[in-house]
Design a protein around this ligand. Structure first.
Ligand code: ADE
Ligand code: ZN
Length: 322
């Protein structure tokens, strides 16, 4: 990728709304911790199927077994975000996995202030998305939502819904979403990635705030129309979709078509370490390979800021700099 493009998009103020904390680990840090723990470095960038992608993800999670490591991870992730022009970072994680040295409650009590502290150090607003594992059943979903709700005024901004959509439809999390919403939290499930447009429709009908991926809406014009009508933002991560086999190449990715139809989209990197791209690369690749115009990409940055859960003053400051 050309360097002038990278520096242009690094300078663009943006919110990063779709990124999983553990998978935003630096590669140098991964290699160091694997060496310390005497385990093999997982495969990066190449996954024959979703299950093997989740296996690599599991290795990253397994490295986060001390508070010092989680603190270092948060500092590095937020520092990297700052250097990518990110003014607001919404990082997703399953708390008890991202900080595997206590209960879920203790994990959040550690992660949230450490993230806020890193945010102050590097000049980035941070908000946590508590991910519900869609394969872990209704008790887990309810517990995760209640947990997120207890931290609604301490840095948690939303609940998400992650892992393979083929393991459970978005409607299965309806009760968890209600719990989150009653606490004033946002709802931002993954949908329309491994499953088709019917799951995007189901998410919109549940009243979600944004959809992570959502790109397969493009297969049904009525669902595209619904997204436009509701103004629902899709947090799109093109390279993730290629690596996990949703589309054969960036040239065939539907981001340009969705924007052309009037769908609001933010751009994210999903799992930067596992897909070999950061959010700046994703903007540059969208221009170079998906053929989205620079003007539309500035609109994506604007949308990301507007659609984020950051406080109004953070948004106003960032929008003024666009
Ligand atoms: N967790 C991390 N990345 C994910 C993805 N692309 N889809 C579902 N769950 C995820
Ligand atoms: Zn994701």
């Amino acid at each position: 990728m050309s360097h002038p493009l990278r520096s242009r998009y690094a300078a663009l103020p943006k919110a990063h709304l779709h990124v999983h904390l553990e998978a935003a680990m630096r590669e140098s840090t991964l290699r160091q911790w694997c060496a310390e723990d005497r385990i093999e470095v997982p495969p990066l960038v190449d996954y024959p199927d979703f299950a093997q992608f989740l296996d690599a993800y599991g290795v990253l999670i397994g490295l986060l077994h001390t508070p010092e490591r989680v603190e270092q991870l948060l500092d590095e992730v937020v520092a990297d975000a700052a250097s990518q022009g990110v003014v607001a970072l919404e990082y997703a994680s399953i708390p008890e996995k991202a900080a595997a040295f206590g209960t879920a409650e203790e994990a959040l009590e550690f992660i949230l202030p450490a993230a806020a502290e890193a945010g102050r150090r590097h000049g980035v607003w941070t908000g946590a998305i508590v991910s519900i594992d869609r394969g872990a059943g209704p008790d887990h979903a309810r517990d995760a939502a209640h947990l997120a709700a207890r931290f609604a005024d301490r840095g948690v901004v939303a609940v998400g819904l992650v892992n393979d959509e083929r393991d459970g439809p978005v409607a299965g999390a309806a009760e968890a979403f209600e719990i989150a919403r009653a606490a004033g939290l946002g709802v931002v499930p993954h949908a329309g990635e491994m499953a088709g447009p019917e799951e995007v429709r189901a998410a919109v009908e549940l009243g979600v705030d944004r959809i992570q991926h959502g790109v397969r809406a493009v297969e049904d014009p009525a669902v595209v129309e619904l997204l436009v009508e509701r103004g629902t933002c899709l947090d799109v991560c093109p390279t993730s979709n290629i690596t996990l086999g949703v589309y054969p190449s960036l040239e065939r990715h539907p981001l340009a078509a969705l924007l052309e139809a009037g769908v609001r989209c933010s751009i994210g990197a999903d799992d930067p370490l596992l897909f070999g791209v950061d959010v700046v690369d994703e903007y540059a690749l969208a221009e170079e390979r998906i053929r989205v115009s620079p003007e539309r990409l500035v609109e994506c940055a604007r949308t990301s800021i507007e659609a984020s859960f950051a406080p109004e003053e953070v948004k106003r400051g960032a929008l003024a700099r666009l």
